[in-house]
Write a protein that binds this ligand. Structure first.
Ligand code: BMA
Length: 289
């Protein structure tokens, strides 16, 4: 089972006359609602190489219009070197975005909230005093609590919270697999997708040659620390020239997928430089598990 690349790929690339995104435009959170596809994506400019978050919107998921200015820019000492890799989850009437704050302190998982995807309020660092990234919130409470995936290298972890700010009961749920494509490190993709069979998780992993691929796992609906199944083979491998060459070579990396009817749209960063789209039928993904 392989994701199908859209023929228009890459669908979103750098803009020469936007100084904040003239170098890279990649790793995007994705939201689909009422016929609109929204992306909040990471971008860097040649001037300072700092990551900022831009916004783009589309009616077909392929052709996007974007704002001239970023929607989130570094604002405090933990973000000095950039705000990176957003992952957005809707909970009630708000959107919550987990992102990586990057600075001399390291990488910190941070939370912001919004009612409109354009104006964001910082809620703060949610995993203080540790280098961590690849964090994603589940789109529902589970057993009365919020759940989040995060990454303590090299593993994917799950943690619980009552208020989205304080997280406890941290537990490893997925580790790299020796000798396989995800032998070195793994990290969550976008927020897990609820299906009747379990939470569908797209994740990234890389091997000793630093080739980033995407894989699939299915987590138990009531207890997502239980991995029901994990596909042996990756569903997306960097093979296109624009996935193999860029700011970081041989990278496909996702921060968000959306479901439209029975089709899953996986938005992914290619070679840390551009944004591409690959799709699959939900039932085919579940069958691969
Ligand atoms: C990770 C993050 C991602 C990036 C990936 C591949 O550590 O920095 O933003 O896409 O590495 O370079």
């Amino acid at each position: 089972m392989q994701l199908q690349r859209h023929p228009a790929n890459p669908i979103l690339t750098t803009v020469r006359y936007h100084d904040w995104e003239d170098r890279t435009c990649f790793n995007a959170a994705a939201v689909y609602e009422e016929g609109l596809f929204h992306l909040v994506y990471r971008a860097q400019g040649t001037a300072d190489n700092v990551s900022r978050l831009g916004y783009a919107v589309s009616t077909d998921g392929v052709h996007f219009s974007r704002l001239d200015r970023p929607v989130l820019v570094p604002e405090n000492e933990y973000e000095r070197w950039g705000v990176e890799d957003p992952r957005i989850t809707r909970l009630g009437d708000r959107y919550y975005m987990l992102y990586t704050a990057y600075s001399a302190h390291g990488t910190r998982v941070s939370l912001a909230s919004s009612r409109n995807l354009l104006t964001w309020r910082r809620e703060g660092i949610v995993l203080p005093d540790e280098d961590n990234k690849d964090a994603a919130l589940f789109p529902d409470k589970i057993g009365g609590r919020y759940a989040m995936l995060h990454r303590r290298p090299p593993d994917i972890w799950l943690a619980w919270s009552d208020d989205l700010l304080h997280w406890t009961d941290h537990q490893v749920i997925m580790r790299p697999r020796p000798g396989m494509w995800d032998e070195t490190r793994v990290g969550a993709g976008g927020p897990p997708i609820r299906t009747e069979h379990g939470w569908l998780l797209t994740y990234h992993g890389y091997n000793r040659d630093h080739v980033y691929c995407l894989g699939l796992a299915l987590l138990d609906l009531e207890d997502p620390t239980v991995v029901i199944s994990r596909a042996e083979e990756p569903v997306l491998v960097p093979t296109e020239p624009w996935e193999r060459a860029g700011d970081v070579p041989n990278v496909v990396f996702t921060c968000g997928s959306v479901v439209v009817g029975d089709e899953v749209y996986v938005y992914y960063g290619a070679a840390d430089m551009r944004i591409a789209l690959a799709t699959a039928r939900l039932r085919d993904l579940l069958q691969a598990l």
